[in-house]
Design a protein around this ligand. Structure first.
Ligand code: UDP
Length: 252
């Protein structure tokens, strides 16, 4: 988190992009967009554009990486070279390895991994365009892709961040807010149980600010959860309509 004292992030009580302090950027999700994957989802969140694809469960190779009692959820987060203003050097780096690990661990909390011993469930998160909050967007899209793949899960994971800019706690930091703000707290939330499966903090918050940020984030995650469920309903109701149409044509 860079600090730039001259960077104004709040003017006349509103944020640079006109949002209220507790307002999300626009989010849209489409499930089942890739034919070759077992499950997939495409997400747009503000200027972020993220694709998630799921393959498996399938036998884990190499064998020494198998778990005898459960499946391994193996997420790989990747930023395309063209996803950011300064070309991103292709290939894994410390940041992408960290995000892959936390996405894997968050998703493991909801997948019934014990049903698939010795297997792997591969989850690919490809960031096509990045504008802050890509780990939250990636996790949100990945859990829709897992559900689209028919993987048994206890719930979806909804994810969002909040943080602090110019001493003010705000929801869902945009690019400049992320770069020049004072704190960023990404959270993964399991709505059905209220559990937190991802929590990180970059920067500093007081205890009160932290409470305020968490309240905002959890409310936002509940909103995001509805968008995730809508995306799945949209795909499966369309498929059902098409199936019914085929039946009608056959009978005619
Ligand atoms: N970013 C970038 N180049 C990089 C990594 C990140 O331009 O190599 C930008 C990108 O827009 C990203 C933002 O910085 O979304 C914030 O990155 P951070 O590590 O905080 O992760 P994120 O907020 O995307 O989860």
């Amino acid at each position: 988190m860079a600090s730039d004292k001259d960077m104004k992030l709040i003017e006349d009580g509103t944020r640079l992009d006109g949002r209220d302090f507790d307002e999300l950027r626009d989010i849209s999700i489409k499930a089942g967009v890739l034919k070759r994957a077992d499950g997939s989802a495409y997400l747009e969140w503000g200027k972020n554009k993220i694709m998630a694809a799921v393959y498996g469960p399938r036998e884990m190779h190499p064998r020494h990486a198998q778990e005898t009692t459960k499946a391994v959820v193996r997420a790989r987060y990747n930023m395309a070279a063209f996803s950011v203003p300064d070309r991103k050097r292709p290939g894994p780096d410390r940041r992408s390895i960290e995000i892959s690990k936390l996405v894997s661990e968050a998703l493991e909390k909801v997948v019934f991994t014990e049903k698939y011993p010795r297997s792997v469930i591969d989850v690919f998160v490809e960031v096509l365009q990045a504008s802050a909050g890509t780990r939250c967007g990636g996790l949100t899209a990945a859990s829709v892709a897992l559900a689209d793949a028919g993987i048994p899960m206890s719930d979806l994971v909804a994810s969002c961040a909040s943080g602090k800019i110019e001493g003010q706690v705000v929801l869902d930091l945009g690019k400049n807010e992320d770069n020049y703000g004072q704190a960023d707290v990404p959270v993964g939330y399991i709505p059905r149980t209220g559990e937190i499966c991802l929590l990180q903090m970059d920067g500093n918050l007081t205890e009160e600010e932290y409470e305020e940020a968490m309240d905002m984030t959890i409310d936002a995650c509940k909103e995001i959860y509805e968008i995730q469920k809508e995306a799945l309903k949209e795909k499966y109701s369309t498929e059902l309509e098409e199936a019914n149409l085929d039946e009608v044509i056959k009978e005619a």
